[in-house]
Design a protein around this ligand. Structure first.
Ligand code: GLU
Length: 430
């Protein structure tokens, strides 16, 4: 369990179970001593700027009305409009959305995108909804959070269990309510309605880019590197393909349906076809052997890529990890305590705020393309993505070496400095 922070928590967070928000507070505690005079503003980051909780009533296919809890949190808007995904998951709760919004503030500033941080979600198991129910729920939610979102105010995007179709419904609903098409209100849209080339694979591609940079500095080859991936959704699926293309070997994959292992390497294209096209179960994939879920963490590998949910690597399993590099494709997959254990074991952790920033970076490219109605080539996008991430990586890596701190702390130093500088310059109103 996360140790409660010494600082006061907002009254709506239970101090005995602060959840992911507690993790974010501990991460802020670790950066504070490195902020110099800007530390006087750090309290700003310990409370979200604005939060909206909405009731989302949905008429189900059988005529009953069900109510779902929806959220949109704008954690910080000092550097620009809010930006961050929307997740549909049965465990979505306020502490989680607050933390995810906070991590977006840090992530956007770490790679220097002109955005604040926001996040949204609905507490729902979308797998039990029909497509029509999912559409009605998405549209009602969008309308309810219409008070906050907008192309210059707060721009949602996909996250866990949301995709291009969900973004299309959100864009359409917002546009109808506004009385005119506004493509820039969400990113991660389908290509045919203002989406960007390269967005779908951007988070996974970004994981590869930062891993490549880290492997170079650790003097380890990417060719033949063994990779274990948890999650085969928006992030894990693309990451598997990009690592595979660059000569790495995917030795294990875990998702909600189980865990498979293949020492000789799992073909991610075949796996993608098996899961998405043939709608098969992971356990039935012929290119791997089923292993016990718990043994996933101890798999012999060089790179471990958690790409599912938060708090997966904890004190309970960190000691089993054999990888020398953990690449956080998910948001918040490693608890601060587990991160300390990994540090002592000589395992480098590439933090979420850098490792998975590829998604929001190409979201930014999409938003820029929407604003100018001029579209770039995929090659151009991938090249710019590579540049943004490698340029963000370098100083963060160097600060971590110089100050002998975790890469996460170094990323938080770079990001919080940018956010709090803007905060200080904007001053208080009135
Ligand atoms: N949900 C993604 C993230 O956590 C992408 C957010 C975005 O593109 O706005 O970074």
């Amino acid at each position: 369990m996360t140790t409660p922070t010494a600082h006061a928590l907002p009254s709506y967070i239970d101090p005995s179970h602060p959840g992911p928000w507690g993790m974010f507070m501990e991460q802020l505690d670790r950066v504070e001593p490195h902020l110099g005079p800007l530390a006087q503003w750090v309290e700003t980051l310990r409370r979200p700027k604005r939060m909206l909780i909405v009731d989302v009533p949905v008429r189900m296919d059988d005529g009953r009305i069900e109510h779902f809890e929806g959220y949109r949190v704008q954690h910080n808007l000092s550097r620009g409009p809010g930006k961050g995904g929307v997740r549909f998951h049965p465990q979505v709760h306020i502490s989680e959305v607050m933390a995810l919004a906070g991590w977006m503030t840090v992530k956007n500033a770490a790679v220097n995108l002109p955005y604040g941080g926001a996040k949204g979600g609905i507490r729902v198991d979308p797998s039990r909804l029909s497509l029509a129910e999912l559409e009605r729920m998405t549209r009602r939610y969008t309308s309810e959070i219409g008070l906050l979102i907008g192309p210059d105010r707060d721009i949602p995007a996909p996250d866990v269990n949301t995709n291009e179709q969900v973004m299309a419904w959100m864009m359409d609903t917002y546009s109808i309510n506004q009385g005119g098409t506004q493509t820039g209100v969400v990113t991660g849209k389908p290509l045919s309605m203002g989406g960007s080339l390269g967005r779908r694979d951007a988070t996974g591609r970004g994981c590869f880019v930062v891993a490549r940079e880290a492997m170079k500095r650790l003097n380890r080859p990417m060719e033949g590197a063994r990779v274990a991936i948890q999650g085969f959704g928006n992030v894990g699926n693309a990451a598997a393909r990009v690592f595979h293309e660059h000569g790495a070997k995917i030795v294990a994959v875990q998702d909600v349906g189980g865990t498979i292992y293949n020492e000789a390497g799992i073909d991610p294209h075949a796996l993608q076809h098996h899961l998405k096209v043939a709608e098969g179960a992971l356990r039935e994939f012929p290119g791997g052997t089923v292993i016990d879920d718990a043994s996933f963490w101890g798999v012999d590998c060089d790179i471990l890529l958690p790409a599912a949910l938060e708090r997966q690597i904890t004190e309970a399993n960190a000691y089993q990890i054999k990888a020398k590099l953990v690449v956080e494709g998910a948001n918040g997959p490693t608890t601060p305590q587990a991160e300390d254990i990994l540090w002592d074991m000589g395992c480098t952790v590439l933090p979420d705020v850098l490792a998975n920033a590829g998604g929001v970076t190409v979201s930014y490219f999409e938003w820029v393309q929407n604003a100018s109605s001029f579209f770039w080539t995929e090659q151009d996008i991938n090249m710019r993505l590579d540049r943004v991430l490698s340029e963000a990586f370098e100083p963060i890596w160097n600060v971590a070496q110089e100050k002998r701190v975790h890469l996460r702390t170094a990323a938080f130093i770079a990001a919080c400095t940018r956010v709090l500088e803007a905060r200080a310059l904007r001053g208080l109103y009135p």
